[in-house]
Ligand binder design. Sequence first.
Ligand SMILES: *Cc1c(COP(=O)(O)O)cnc(C)c1O
Length: 384
Amino acid sequence: MSFKDHADNPFASLSPAVWRASTVVFDSFEDFAARKKRQPDGYSYGVTGTPTARGLERRIADLEHARHCVLTPSGQAALMAVVMGFVRAGDHLLVSDSAYGGLKAFASYWLAELGIDVEYYPPTVDGEIEALIKPNTKMICIEAPGTITMEMQDVDAIVAVAKRHGVLTMMDNTWASPLYFRALEHGVDFAVEAATKLFGGHSDLLMGSISMNDFNHYEILRETQSVLGLAASPEDCFLVMRGLDTFPLRMHEQSRNTLKIARWLERHPLVTDVLFPALESHPGHRVWKEQFEGSGCLFSFILKSAPEEAFSKFFNALEHFPIGASWGGTHSLVAYYPASQQKARKFALTDQPIIRISIGLEDPDVLIADLENALRHYQSFTEA
Ligand SMILES: *Cc1c(COP(=O)(O)O)cnc(C)c1O
């Protein structure tokens, strides 16, 4: 959308207008009776979006090199909407074992109960996923890398198998974002982003997006949005658009600092593994390098084995890493994933606790000094 396009912007502000509505009014009886015909692009009721949502959908579609985009009120809602739009009882659904926890919980506790054959596959299965395809396989859910354990997935290999068998693919692309991986150009059918993270960028909103090229898929997802009531707030759409103005700058800066910090951690004697595909030591590095164009701000690491109290010392000593879920904002964050959670996976990467950090826009040397100090606390505990 050009700023010279004043059709939706008679005031000619540089900011998009926040159009609010539940009700959309119609010019005539006939117009109202035919209102569903306005979907998927037009406006018939607030749940499927106002011009503010359409403006954001256009901008995200452009980033993804997609024809169409549907917004949802959260990233989790976007993942759920894709599955609910296309998968039915009796269908077989393949989900990466390292996929986002909310998707796995939805698959295990709702979809399986609704008669869908849910199967978790090893995240690094690559082309060998072919052996798992059944006649009723409907969709493969990909997340590359898995955003806690960071297994890299060979998206090209999985998509090639899916296409041979007429199976749909959905990719949670939040980690790389379309700046560093354009999923649709790799043949994925649905590129999902938790706009909560990098697009919004300031840890103050929730939003999801689904981008795609196929018009029929778009129609189905617009209807799914309507039926499931997945309205995205116009105020939050405005904030995501504001976030997008600085998104590439933030992403490049955060990526550079993240790599510096990951390399520092990799050399620390208490760190046994840095889980980050951008590092040469990572098993997924080759695939990442071939298919991705950047590495973003999120990675995990594993420390030398120690009792949970040592982790408590480490976390509580940090001064520049607030402890919290989510990631991708201007403030760095740290999160803890206990050993029990790792061991409970079907295809576990590790039986050790995982620490995940998101790097914001702070001075990386300050963050490194903070980590160094917190690791001293961890070490002193293990020696005590
Ligand atoms: C946070 C996240 C989600 C869910 O997004 P919400 O907006 O918090 O619901 C989905 N996938 C990934 C990879 C995420 O990091």
